[in-house]
Ligand binder design. Structure first.
Ligand SMILES: Nc1ncnc2c1ncn2[C@@H]1O[C@H](COP(=O)(O)OP(=O)(O)OP(=O)(O)O)[C@@H](O)[C@H]1O
Length: 239
């Protein structure tokens, strides 16, 4: 078994939709060094498309995305949490255990592991309730636990706290920080600069489908190198 599905390399990767180039060409590598890479940039810059491309939900129209493992391993060892939490028609506990079930882990063992996670996210009392009755913040915590239970090499997060209040955001950020500590590489999009400052090891500033700037978080927040990023940081409209 490989140690990690990383590095992943994007080589001249382009995504076109309806004849329009919406992302790329991108040349990028996410290595094994760990951490939390955060994508920032205006609406429509291509952040979601880039995350989906890496996760295999979009195909490169040109160029390549190359992982350091076979396809089946790559799919098994990465997860994605969307802005709107995805909840399966099952109990809360079974939602969290589900990725272990599909990987062939024995049911009791999977449930025992899920029970630790449900305790950790504060939903033990509703473990056997239908997950659809949870609040938005609770659903997102559930989605995070389900994404993390397999200890993925990489976790993609697309604005995971966009619709959440402060307390729920804090909980999700705790899970993200703890995943980074455990060695999961995070690649995440956010519009929340405070969150980017709290979590990022490096920042990728995206604009019009391209990465305009990629820098260590302290360097980026100390003063972006490009005019576009500086304007964006100031809150100026980028058109
Ligand atoms: N399926 C599609 N068909 C056509 N155009 C698309 C499709 N998906 C995305 N786009 C376009 O691609 C561009 C990039 O979209 P994307 O959602 O990746 O941007 P984003 O940076 O995540 O934006 P936001 O911050 O608003 O979420 C946008 O102009 C969008 O309209």
């Amino acid at each position: 078994m490989v140690d990690s599905i990383l590095p992943v390399v994007l080589d001249q990767a382009i995504v076109r939709k309806e004849g329009r180039q919406i992302v790329g060409p991108l040349n990028l590598t996410f290595g094994r060094e760990g951490g939390c890479s955060i994508l920032v940039g205006p609406n429509g810059a291509g952040k979601t498309t880039l995350l989906r491309l890496m996760h295999g939900l979009e195909r490169a129209s040109e160029g390549r995305v190359t992982w350091s493992a076979r396809k089946d391993t790559v799919y098994a060892r990465q997860s994605f949490v969307f802005q709107a939490p995805v909840v399966l028609r099952r109990s809360c506990l079974e939602n969290i255990a589900y990725p272990l079930f599909v990987r062939g882990v024995q049911r009791e063992k999977a449930r025992a592991e899920a029970a630790k996670w449900i305790e950790d996210i504060g939903l033990a009392e509703v473990a056997h309730n239908d997950a659809h009755v949870l609040s938005g913040g609770e659903k997102q915590k559930l989605a995070m636990a389900r994404a993390l239970i397999t200890k993925p090499d990489v976790l993609f997060l697309d604005e995971p706290t966009a619709n959440l209040d402060g307390a729920s955001t804090q909980e999700i950020e705790r899970l993200i920080a703890s995943a980074v500590q455990s060695g999961t590489r995070i690649v995440m999009a956010t519009h929340d600069f405070g969150q980017a400052r709290r979590l990022a090891t490096d920042i990728l500033f995206m604009y019009r489908g391209r990465i305009h700037e990629h820098a260590a978080a302290d360097i980026f927040f100390g003063g972006p190198a490009t005019d576009e990023a500086a304007k964006f940081m100031k809150g100026d409209l980028l058109i």
